[in-house]
Design a binder for this molecule. Sequence first.
Ligand code: FES
Length: 131
Amino acid sequence: MCLQDLTEVGWGCLGGGRKASLAERIREVQRLRKKGNLPPVYPNGWFAVLQSRELAKGQVKSVQVFGQTLAVFRGDDGVAHVTDAYCPHIGANMAVGGVVKGDCLECPFHGWRFRGSDGKCVDIPYSNKGG
Ligand code: FES
């Protein structure tokens, strides 16, 4: 992969951005390659994961893309959201048994609730800290 390729797929910011010299950018890419920390081979951009008509209000679906399992859900307000399917608590798959509550997705294991717009945990049952 060369720097031109990285720019074309949306990773032009690697190596210090456009202001960095070519040598600096090459060194940065080499450093990232050594660490095994290069960006994925697919372009950085927007990808359709479902047709909108395939997702009703209050519905959750599991989608596999780019080696990731995602939970796609549509809130009661009609807005569709995508999040990592695996709950950060202890890893339940929220795309299987997760429940839409308002604009949030509630984990089927312990009821932690995650807001669709930003992914924040907004409710933990039996906790007064609120997530
Ligand atoms: S695993 Fe999701 S709330 Fe516990």
